[in-house]
Ligand binder design. Structure first.
Ligand SMILES: Cc1cc2nc3c(=O)[nH]c(=O)nc-3n(C[C@H](O)[C@H](O)[C@H](O)COP(=O)(O)OP(=O)(O)OC[C@H]3O[C@@H](n4cnc5c(N)ncnc54)[C@H](O)[C@@H]3O)c2cc1C
Length: 424
């Protein structure tokens, strides 16, 4: 750039214009754990012009969704993107990315809006998979978004208002961490709801159905046994080795014996985000996107979080690390340094099962009970602070203790949280 002979002010304007024009356009798709972390970590670096495109207007903190479904406050799991990224150097756009044009380096949304990029970061998360089992998609409840859990919560209330008694059976399908968290929280919540709806106490039947021969097939056997004992103590009936065959309006077909229920909650399946198949990405046999040591699926297209073929994908801690890793590498590259290679870090698994109890599993370490619960609370507080300043994160964390039942009957009578469950 030739600046000699120009006024100081003109030189400054030209410099600013030059910086803006030469900034690397980073398009991040997906406002979840990985995408937001990458955007936040890049936002203070002047090399980048960042756009975050997401199909939702908020970040869903999934680990506490089960709690929102069972009387917790929406605020505990839902943080609007505008609030989260306020004051950051990040352009927020809402839309669903559907197609990728590699030649022109452009992403098009469902609504036909086109976004150009120099570097593309895909942090799309997974989608619910019903494995084409008849009736499930239409009739079951989910726990994969704030909308899902609010629909479930409204159903639990409406059923008591309309029928004046609880469902014959509440069926949770999938004994992974999400299914366990939810099944364990339901007895206490439903007993509380019956009280609030002035319904005489009756036994509540909660069934946890798992197709594998045991709970938590991906975790150590001893932990699965400890959690199984805890669930039984809470009154949850566990059926392993039972594959769901279908759902009708009144029952779930499992094996040859149907279970009567109007409340089937499906937590048993996730699948790769359809964007990757639709755009001819190379997939591994385990249905993840094949990536290199920098998490690149192709030159300058990075894939983060649940869809990447990393050893511990499928967990929030991994997605968060992926976001930080790619942001660090993009900064290094912009400064002319070599990018670092990806190193997978084993996450700590913490599974809450009812108030005041959680299982912590890390290598050979096992902690069960109240201490596990305290560690889970600490982990949530730490996770919020990865995305928000401490004060905001603290408020977010405290919202765990707010009770929220958007129901005409319950709203005026809010009981104190954490009363012990009454098991009949
Ligand atoms: C109920 C539940 C409980 C969980 N509990 C835990 C836990 O306790 N601990 C733990 O470690 N992990 C937990 N997980 C897993 C963890 O939440 C995920 O591993 C993590 O969210 C993955 O992050 P991600 O960035 O890959 O995807 P996500 O966080 O899912 O973010 C993806 C984002 O992309 C958006 N998006 C998707 N497709 C498009 C598109 N085409 N265009 C634009 N935007 C799009 C989505 O709306 C979403 O905002 C839980 C998951 C669930 C569902």
């Amino acid at each position: 750039m030739q600046l000699a002979g120009l006024s100081k002010q003109k030189k400054l304007y030209l410099k600013i214009e030059y910086i803006i024009m030469t900034k690397e356009k980073v398009l991040i798709i997906g406002g979840g754990f990985a995408g937001i972390k990458a955007a936040l970590d890049l936002s203070s670096d002047e090399h980048f012009d960042i756009t975050l495109l997401s199909n939702k207007d908020a970040f869903n903190y999934y680990p506490t969704l089960y709690h929102v479904a069972t009387g917790g406050s929406r605020a505990n799991s839902y943080i609007p993107l505008r609030e989260l990224l306020d004051g950051k150097n990040i352009r927020i756009a809402q839309g669903e990315a559907v197609s990728l044009d590699r030649k022109t380096k452009a992403i098009s949304t469902k609504d036909g809006v086109v976004f150009n990029y120099d570097t593309l970061v895909l942090a799309l998360g997974v989608v619910t998979n019903y494995f084409n089992i008849p009736g499930l998609k239409e009739l079951s409840y989910g726990v994969k978004s704030i909308e899902d859990v609010e629909r479930l919560k409204a159903h639990l209330h409406n059923q008591l208002i309309n029928d004046h008694h609880p469902d014959l059976n509440y069926v949770v399908v999938g004994a992974g961490p999400t299914g366990i968290e939810l099944a364990a929280a339901l007895p206490e919540y439903l007993h509380r709801l019956m009280k609030q709806h002035s319904i005489d106490p009756v036994p509540i039947h909660i069934d946890l159905i798992e197709a594998s021969p045991r709970l938590l097939p991906n975790l150590p056997r001893d932990s699965a046994r400890a959690i199984q004992r805890r669930l039984r103590k809470l009154g949850v009936r566990i059926y392993c080795g039972k594959a769901v065959q279908g759902q009708t309006a009144n029952e779930l077909i499992v094996g040859d014996k149907p279970i009567q229920s109007h409340t089937v909650i499906w937590t048993a399946g996730t699948g790769i985000n359809p964007f990757f198949q639709a755009n001819q990405f190379i997939l591994t046999p385990k249905h993840h996107v094949a990536t290199d040591i920098y998490l690149q699926a192709e030159d300058n297209i990075f894939v983060l979080g649940d869809n990447a073929n990393t050893p511990f994908s499928g967990m929030a801690q991994t997605a968060l690390r992926d976001g930080a890793f790619v942001a660090e590498n993009l900064k290094r590259r912009a400064e002319g340094k070599d990018m670092k290679s990806y190193k997978a870090v084993r996450p700590i698994t913490i599974i809450p099962a009812g108030s005041g109890w959680a299982a912590v599993i890390y290598g050979k370490l096992r902690i069960y009970g109240r201490l596990g619960w305290a560690l889970r609370q600490a982990a949530d507080a730490r996770a919020y602070s990865d995305y928000e300043p401490w004060l905001k994160a603290g408020r977010q964390w405290l919202s765990y203790y707010n009770v929220e039942d958007n129901c005409a009957v319950c709203q005026p009578k809010r009981p104190a949280p954490f009363s012990e469950p009454v098991i009949k």
